[in-house]
Design a protein around this ligand. Structure first.
Ligand SMILES: *Cc1c(COP(=O)(O)O)cnc(C)c1O
Length: 378
């Protein structure tokens, strides 16, 4: 008898690095026993930064301890601080708000597009005040934010533009890579992200060499990399691990193929799900420009029931995010009375993500799609 267990499809697979295990162990030995005994910010980190910068055509890439750390350092480099407001999406992950608050500034939440779930530039514009210092749109699950519109707003109002591209490495919008639309962007390397690794890390990517220099200083206690114990700025410890850098360098050549496989699965899903739109299951928009499939997210009227249907057949799904950011106890105290984000609230009720990682087999992908279609047919 086939049990649900033996055929189950996890949302995030535990065997992500199985094929690279021997190399991971080899690198652990090499770096662990290497003569320099350098474990952070060494040659491997510098090479990873250079390889990413070349691949992107970025002025600089600076490796940091996490995507959240990277966002915080970018905001600090742009001198966001007390008295400033930063317009962020009302729907997304906690660092969008907490990175701003950690610097003593205030996040101002903009509502989202009800279909693509990324920040709505028109709503963001309405929230710009004399205290607004920066705009920080975020790319969401499958769709890149409307950065051309945000860049135009930043220009018009004289604001700084930060791109939370933590999930969007490899995505391209109108010929420009995600991360290079803003003055600076970030990628997260936390395990589950598209270029995830077995640990914590991330990078700042920027087309502005000066921002790159400042971020380099800020990630290592405000030192300039030449004179030790000379602190030019109040900084952080947000440094990068040499073993992880070596492992990421090993994984980098395979990234385009893994991203292409994600896009292929997503395209198949969208083809299967488009006919369901009138029946309470709405897929993200089709196409390849401005897409990046960190996860694949449906809008579902009967979300809990679809999740239960999938689970009953051994398929895990995930509701990101069950609450809009301004509804979170941590951030609610910072919103203005009477403010509303109806599209973000609706998305929080309906968004359901299904597995889209590259080593899903065609058979598994078809099975997941069949289950969703079967559910919508009832
Ligand atoms: C994952 C994520 C982050 C934070 O990255 P970490 O590496 O987990 O700190 C920031 N923003 C978005 C949109 C993310 O998805």
């Amino acid at each position: 008898m086939t049990t649900a267990q033996s055929t189950s499809i996890p949302f995030f697979p535990p065997d992500l690095f199985e094929g690279d295990r021997a190399e991971l162990l080899r690198l652990l030995r090499e770096i662990g026993t290497g003569p320099s005994q350098r474990f952070i910010l060494g040659e491997q980190t510098a090479l990873l930064e250079r390889e990413l910068a070349e691949q992107l055509g970025a002025a600089d890439v600076v490796a940091c301890a996490s995507g959240t750390g990277a966002l915080t350092l970018v905001l600090a480099a742009l001198e966001v601080g007390p008295g400033d407001e930063v317009v962020v999406p009302a729907f997304g992950c906690a660092p969008l708000a907490s990175s701003v608050l950690a610097l003593g500034a205030r996040p101002v939440f903009a509502d989202i597009d009800p279909w693509t779930m990324v920040a709505d530039p028109a709503d963001a514009e309405r929230r710009i005040t004399g205290r607004t210092k920066a705009l920080m749109p975020a790319h969401m699950f499958s769709v890149l934010a409307d950065l051309p519109a945000f860049a135009a707003l930043a220009e018009l109002y004289g604001l700084r533009l930060v791109e939370d591209s933590a999930v969007a490495q490899g995505g391209v919008l109108a010929g420009r890579p995600a991360g290079l639309w803003g003055e600076a962007g970030v990628y997260s390397f936390v395990q589950v992200k598209s270029f995830g690794m077995p640990g914590e890390g991330g990078v700042v990517v920027t087309r502005d060499a000066e921002i790159g220099r400042t971020v380099r200083m800020l990630r290592n206690h405000g030192q300039d990399g030449r004179t030790r114990f000379r602190h030019h700025r109040i900084g952080w410890n947000s440094r990068f691990d040499e073993l992880q850098a070596a492992f990421q360098r090993h994984r980098l050549p395979g990234l385009p193929a893994r991203l292409a496989r994600r896009a292929e699965i997503a395209s198949y899903y969208t083809g299967r799900f488009e006919p369901l739109s009138g029946r309470g299951v709405v897929p993200p928009p089709a196409g390849t420009d401005g897409r990046c499939y960190y996860v694949y997210t449906l809008l579902v009227e009967r979300r809990a029931e679809l999740a239960a249907h999938l689970a009953a057949h051994g398929v895990d799904s995930h509701a990101y995010y069950p609450q809009a950011l301004p509804r979170q106890p941590a951030f609610a105290p910072f919103v203005r009375a009477g403010d509303a984000w109806p599209a973000a609230d609706r998305a929080a009720e309906r968004a359901l993500s299904i597995p889209v990682y590259p080593h899903l087999t065609d058979v598994q992908v078809e099975r997941i799609a069949d289950l969703v279609c079967e559910f919508a047919a009832v």
